[in-house]
Design a protein around this ligand. Sequence first.
Ligand SMILES: [Zn+2]
Length: 272
Amino acid sequence: MIDMHVHFFPPGVFQAIWRYFETPSNGLWNIKYKLYGGKLIQTLRMEGVKRFTSLLYAHKPGLAQYLNDFVKESADHFPEMIPFGTVFAGDGSSERVARQIFEEYKFFGIKLHPFVSNENLDDPRFFPVYEIMQDYGKVLICHPSSVPVYLKTDGANRLRNVLIRFPRLKVIVAHCGAFEYGDYCVLVDDFEYLYFDTAMNCVHTKAIPNNCPGREFFLKNQDRILFGSDFPNIPHAYSNQVAALRKLNLGENIERKIFNDNALNLLALKEF
Ligand SMILES: [Zn+2]
């Protein structure tokens, strides 16, 4: 099993994120797994995860470099990690950072979280990054949709603007684009390299109602959907996420694609 939506922040940043999640007025949830570093990875191994991403993002200038260096160091220690970094447009060094993380650090992609960073996906300051990524076949994982508590914005249109300019850029829309499933689903018809991850989709949780795009969505996009969990920032047991997807009764063939093969193909990883 490959988990394409695992967060891997330095301990201090994780603690700040968890405090934010658990402040009731933010309308989020209590974190079941307050784990980082080796303990986080050990738990994933116990759940049967063979490879996983290191998703992180910056919310202010000056943080991205620290986060990227942390991922590089961690990936050197943990070979199962699929290293992902981030870029903060406000740092004014997008192209330099992209060259460092893709040419020197050999990361597989970046994560961008437009709501947290307050930077739009189609901000021209990201264009040099996308150009490098498109050339190298790197992957952009982004969270432009309103789940769990963001205002519905024009995220899908902004992503479309990016894809019109960079049609070969590989993009994963996190959380299947919840709750604007339809807006992101139509992008699949126009762009060959548009994917989804399943983080927190379809699993029973009070925290997020309407979290399942439905069985038809999975059937239609069976070659574009990659398993993801949002671990460790989740309110439920890890196994609940796996069970929720199996409960859709998609069949062995489609399950193998979602839990393993689609990620292998997208990242050109060798079988292990
Ligand atoms: Zn996440």
